[in-house]
Write a protein that binds this ligand. Structure first.
Ligand code: SAH
Length: 342
């Protein structure tokens, strides 16, 4: 049986058609669930009782649960318990332009980046679409707020769970469901090249961020095993194709690790690598964790790195820090809770 929160409008319309109901009932159900925030349809008024019964037989309305909430100065971190007992997390950031939720896409992650907590906990499974949708729904309902921006930068590699992620984007983007504008949705990947191309051809106006973190193959191979499969030349070539096809800018995320990837030489190599691209670089001070030896770059290294990029005509910002005090960096809350597989 299928969870109703896996269903796009298109699929719900087909379902209503298949049971001999009017197609617009699909929209009424979406509005009832997503906009009125009822998480079952037992009391929906504009659908007849026997149809409601039929829908209840054909779908589940199962939900993940909020298991813990931690409040920081500027972030709120939610730990969710899945139906099978595993844990994932989402982080809410309140900005002046709206509320942004960073959601998880997998239980654990197989990408094995050397600095990342999520990778320390190997992938258990992909999240189903409803488990991603419900992270947003539950935070909206629990806090009585509207989420205006969604970033897929929590636990997991979105492009290693491609179909469910695309399905999820279609649902949250639907103006009859969560109505989150595509330009307010950001997918972040460590660089799974074939999926970047597929994503480009899809023709949706969603932002793409690339976790780059190193400007040479030699260094990137050491930090991010995915680089041994899709090296920098291939990645950059693919991104150039993406930019051409979509006419959209790409964001490069670059964590600054003290004396590892924050040297002047690295900065110059980065300029060379991405010069002329319609891209911008987001420099991220590393959130130190007790499980790794990496250290956050010194302020002077961060500034020097930033200045070199700026002087070489690269669009660059330094990310305002979020969540350090409550372990809100990727994977940290779940890692300390243990999950099911640590
Ligand atoms: N797998 C995807 C999305 C999840 S990770 C990806 O790689 O893009 C989201 C971002 O957080 C990535 O850029 C990741 O490298 C970064 N990250 C992981 N651990 C971090 C830490 N301790 N401090 C700061 N950023 C971190």
């Amino acid at each position: 049986m299928n969870n109703i929160f896996n269903y796009t409008r298109e699929k719900l319309v087909k379902y209503f058609d298949s049971i001999g109901e009017k197609k617009y009932k699909a929209v009424q159900v979406l509005e009832y669930l997503y906009q009125k925030k009822n998480f079952n349809i037992d009391n929906i008024s504009n659908i007849k009782k026997d149809t409601v019964e039929k829908i209840n037989k054909d779908f589940t309305f199962d939900m993940i649960q909020i298991s813990d909430i931690k409040h920081g100065e500027d972030v709120v971190k939610y730990l969710f318990k899945l139906l099978d007992g595993d844990y994932i997390e989402a982080v809410l950031m309140k900005h002046n332009y709206g509320n942004s939720l960073c959601i998880s896409t997998q239980v654990g992650c197989n990408m094995g980046c050397k600095f990342c907590e999520s990778g320390r906990l190997k992938k258990v499974r992909n999240l189903d679409t409803y488990e991603m949708v419900e992270q947003i729904l539950l935070v909206e309902k629990n806090d009585n707020i509207r989420i205006s921006h969604v970033v897929l930068m929590g636990i997991g590699e979105p492009f290693d769970n491609y179909d469910n992620v695309i399905n999820f984007i279609k649902i949250i983007n639907d103006d009859k469901a969560l109505a989150i504008g595509s330009r307010h949705i950001t997918v972040s990947t460590c660089g799974i090249v074939p999926k970047i191309l597929e994503f480009a051809k899809l023709g949706i106006q969603v932002n793409l961020a690339i976790s780059l973190h190193a400007p040479t193959d030699e260094l990137r191979n050491k930090l991010m095993p995915i680089n041994k499969v899709y090296n920098l030349e291939l990645l950059i070539d693919t991104l150039k194709k993406y930019i051409k096809l979509t006419n959209r800018r790409v964001t490069f995320e670059y964590i600054l690790l003290n004396n590892i990837n924050d040297t002047e030489e690295c900065a110059y190599n980065l300029c060379k690598l991405i010069s002329g691209m319609n891209a911008y670089v987001n420099l991220i001070p590393y959130n130190e964790t007790q499980n790794f030896n990496f250290k956050r770059s010194s302020t002077s290294n961060i500034t020097a790195f930033y200045d070199i990029l700026k002087k070489n005509g690269i669009n660059v910002t330094i990310r305002r820090e979020f969540g350090g005090l409550i372990d809100a960096a990727c994977g940290q809350l779940r890692a300390n809770k243990g999950g099911n597989n640590s």
